[in-house]
Write a protein that binds this ligand. Structure first.
Ligand code: NAD
Length: 360
C-alpha cells in the first residue's frame, strides 16, 4: 500500500521524536511492503521564523492532500521565547487551533495504557496498578461549553457570567459512531459519560448514543455519570475500554487518566474527522528544557504513529507490531531518562528509536 503522510516536526523536541517515529514507520514499510511518502511541513514557532505566521495556507493544503498527518509538538519556552511577545493569534499555539479547525477534527482519541513494566510510576495503590489498564478516552473537541455563547453582564448592579452548553443531535451522533467504530477494533465496550441526571444536553447525549449503539450489537454500552467516572478512574481503571464524552468532561477526565499512567512521554493521541483522516501527535508539549539534547522519550510519538496505522490506514498487524516492539523494548529494560528506574538501561531518544525499529 502507498500512503502519503504530512509530517509536521514542529519545535523543541518535535524534530527529535518525529525522526524516531519515521524510523519506525520505515521499518514497518520495509517489513510489510508498503511505501510511505513524507511531505515535511512547517507549523508553530519554526513557521513564525520562516513565514511570519504559525500556520500557512500551504501547510493546510498539503495536510488536506495527504492521507494522515503526523505531528511532533509546537511552541517554546513561554517566558523567554520571543514567539510569546507576539499577539495571541500569531503565537505558535494559534497554529494548533487553526489546523484542527481547518481539518474539521472533532474527535480526540487518547489511549491511556499502564504498561506493567512501568507500574511503579503509577500513583495508585499497588493492588490497582498491578492489574494494569488499557483504555481510550474519546473526547468531543468542537462543541459544548467551550464553544457555546458566553457573556458577562451587569444585572441589578451585580456582574453575572454565562456560558452555554449546546450539543446538536448530529454532533453527538458523529462522535458516537467514531467511538463505536474504535471499540470494534478494541475490546468492544463503550462507556458513555454524561450528567444526565441534571443536564438537558446530557439527556440528548444519552438518547443519541443509545440509538447509535443499536447499529453495533457486538459492542457493550454502559452509561456512567461524570462524577462516578472520575472516581472509577482511580478505583478500578481496568474496567474501561473506550470512554466517550463531551468536550469539558473529556478535557478533565483525559488529564486524570493521563496522570495515572505515570509518564507524559508515553501518551499518544489522535484527532480525527468523519473520515479515516486524522492528525496524530504525542500528548506532551515541546519540552524546551530538554530540546536538542537527544534525551526525549520518543515512545508517545511512535505509539501515535501506530494509531495512524490502525485508524487511518487499517493496518492492524502493522500497528500491533509497533506496539509489541514498544513493549519488548520496555521488557528488555530500556528506558529514556523520564521513565528511568533502578536496574534499567538508560538510552537516548535515538537509541530508543533504533531499538524499537529493529524489533519491528
Ligand atoms: P511539556 O509537555 O512540553 O513539558 C512538561 C514536562 O514534561 C517537561 O519537564 C518536559 O521535559 C517533560 N516532557 C514532555 N514530553 C516529554 C518527552 N517526550 N520525553 C521526556 N520528557 C518529556 O509542557 P510545557 O513545558 O508546559 O510546555 C512547553 C511548550 O509546549 C509550550 O510552548 C506549550 O505551549 C507547548 N505545548 C505544545 C503542545 C502541542 O504541541 N500539542 C501541547 C502542550 C504544550
Amino acid at each position: 500500500m502507498t500512503k502519503n503522510i504530512a509530517v509536521i516536526k514542529g519545535d523543541g523536541i518535535g524534530p527529535e521524536i518525529i525522526t524516531e517515529a519515521m524510523k519506525v514507520l520505515d521499518a514497518v514499510a520495509e517489513k510489510y511492503g508498503h511505501t510511505f511518502n513524507y511531505t515535511q511541513l512547517l507549523m508553530g514557532g519554526c513557521s513564525i521564523d520562516a513565514n511570519g505566521e504559525p500556520l500557512t495556507k500551504e501547510t493546510i493544503d498539503a495536510c488536506k492532500a495527504s492521507d494522515a498527518v503526523l505531528m511532533g509538538s509546537i511552541g517554546g519556552d513561554t517566558t523567554t521565547s520571543p514567539w510569546y511577545k507576539l499577539p495571541p493569534n500569531l503565537r505558535p499555539e494559534a497554529g494548533l487551533l487553526g489546523i484542527r479547525k481547518a481539518l474539521g477534527l472533532f474527535a480526540n482519541l487518547r489511549p491511556c495504557v499502564l504498561y506493567p513494566q512501568l507500574s511503579g510510576a503509577c500513583p495508585l495503590k499497588k493492588e490497582i496498578s498491578d492489574r494494569g489498564f488499557d483504555m481510550l478516552i474519546m473526547r468531543e473537541l468542537t462543541g459544548g461549553l467551550y464553544f457555546g455563547e458566553k457573556k458577562t453582564e451587569t444585572v441589578d448592579g451585580m456582574q453575572v457570567a454565562t456560558d452555554t452548553l449546546v450539543y446538536s443531535e448530529s454532533e453527538i451522533r458523529r462522535i458516537a459512531i467514531k467511538a463505536f467504530d474504535v471499540a470494534m477494533k478494541r475490546r468492544k465496550k463503550v462507556t458513555s459519560v454524561d450528567k444526565a441526571n441534571v443536564l438537558e444536553s446530557s439527556r440528548l447525549w444519552r438518547k443519541v448514543i443509545t440509538e447509535v449503539a443499536k447499529d453495533y450489537p457486538e459492542v457493550t454500552l454502559e452509561h456512567m455519570l461524570v462524577d462516578n467516572s472520575a472516581m472509577q478512574l482511580v478505583r478500578d481503571p481496568a474496567q474501561f475500554d473506550v470512554m466517550v464524552t463531551e468536550n469539558m468532561f473529556g478535557d478533565i477526565l483525559s488529564d486524570e487518566a493521563s496522570m495515572i499512567t505515570g509518564s507524559i512521554g508515553m501518551l499518544a493521541s489522535a484527532s480525527m474527522n468523519e473520515t479515516k483522516f486524522g492528525l496524530y501527535e504525542p500528548s506532551g508539549g515541546s519540552a524546551p528544557d530538554i530540546a536538542g539534547q537527544n534525551k526525549a522519550n520518543p515512545i508517545a510519538t511512535i505509539l501515535s504513529a501506530a494509531m495512524m496505522l490502525r485508524y487511518s490506514f487499517d493496518m492492524t498487524d502493522e500497528a500491533d507490531a509497533v506496539e509489541a516492539a514498544v513493549s519488548k523494548a520496555l521488557n528488555d529494560g530500556y528506558r529514556t531518562g523520564d521513565i528511568m528506574s533502578e536496574g534499567m538501561t538508560k538510552v537516548s531518544c535515538s537509541e530508543m528509536g533504533d531499538i524499537i525499529a529493529k524489533s519491528v
